[in-house]
Design a protein. Sequence first.
Lengths: 390, 144
Amino acid sequence: MYYLHHYFDPDFRHTQLSPVWEPDGSISSRYLGYVQNVVRGQVLAELTDLKFVSENARDPRFIYHERRLPIGPNCAAHESNPDKIVAAANGYVFYNNGLISVKRLLNIRNDLGFHTGNVFFVGDVAVHGDVQTGFALHAANVLVKGHIESSKVKGVGDVVCLKGIRGNAALASDEEKQEEQQKEEPLIPSTLVQAGGNLRLPFCEHVQLRAHGNIIIDGSCLHSMVYVGGNLVVKGRLQGGTVFANKLIYVESRLGSDYSVPTRVMMGYDAFDYLQLQKIETRIAYLKDRKAFFESMGSRNQVMEQEYAERLKLVKFELRALSQRHKILWNRFEQDGLRASECRLVVPGRVMPGCEIYIGAGYLQTHDTDSDVTFYLEDDEVKMRSNKNR
Amino acid sequence: MDYFIDVNPLEGLAEVLTLNVAEYKAGSRYTCRVFSAHGNERQTVFGCFQGRIALKDNQEFKAALYDLVSENTGKVILDFKDVFLSRSAVGVLVGFAASMHGRNKGLYLYRPSQQIRASLQELDLLPFFRILESENDVVARLRL
């Protein structure tokens, strides 16, 4: 007689999830444990002699009269120990027709929301509905058949959304900070869609897009921050927001808007270095604020000075480190600037007045309406040429 | 038992961390020491592991990981520089990463060993984890 000991929950049902208790006694509604991740080579179950299993721990369903392993798809017997079942692929484990199986593709048949909680999956995910506001998804490749609302979707590989992405226009948590930021820089949207590979979507509005490969937008891209390592193709309008790219940008319909919404295109430097720089500058501003606060508190009396001394030391330590990283990034920018002359912004459609185009050290602001033009860098100046006679 | 570590200030990071628990369980093939960072916002917890973690240690390893997370925890940094993780232990780590992601808490690996890097690379899991290479990176994750 044998007993099959499981290293996963054999009774797990994704349709019967319950909220998870937090250590402080509260209940997390955002995490329901929707999927049991397993990785290639992980031991899933082990067949042992029944006499080694205490009677209290025995489940009659897993008592076997013969030495037999319920090996299903994407599972295998362990090479050195044939009594163990291991996963042969990354994915999720479940019982299918009495066999332990691993599936690489996770189909979420409805919306990703309160029914599923946030999802982290080591394989590919197809969401058949929407990704609802406030939820997060992290997977290898991602397909969303519905909309992506104000949420965070990250794919290690490609991300495709079939109905579009609409984020929330309100962003930072602190309203005062928002007001301060609005004076200088456009706000960074809290909705994030990130792809390690390519990203394709029909339209987006108030969203932060990041892709190390190419981004193809079949419709318009409105008021969004776009960081792209490869090429960007916008078949509709590119209106409002900022695009950071280092190769080719193609805007088929229209660049800029009628209503003086600032549209910026920044080319010639690595988009993700820009992102790093933005993060570092935000952090430095935050740390300087904290430093001033700790110093003012510490100056009150000796007790307060002792209270805040360690934090002040830490702030100074980090400020020094960040300043160094800031300097290194700027040096890298200078080296990258040599490749800026290869960048092109091609607009077969209309270019509206008020667009700001930065390529390397060059800058150009459009003042008139034009159409069918290409922007490029020559002699450290951004130039515009017409494509009509070519 | 809470106390400040009294170490050479040149070691930078250690002087700002508080040692909460020192665990050296008899019979374990690995150790886990837990530090938490000073902060007035959400706490950053630093779990320092050493040793070899295999299938039979999984339950203990899982418990040690989940013990790092408490009410105020915002981020967890796992020091894996002297750790060997079996595939099953990597599976436990992935489960913990899923839990942290689900709860909107940050998880970072601090200087993982070559064996762990190779394992994660082979399994195409490296992009799922945020890796910190230096003390500066760690300090940048502390909430001040």
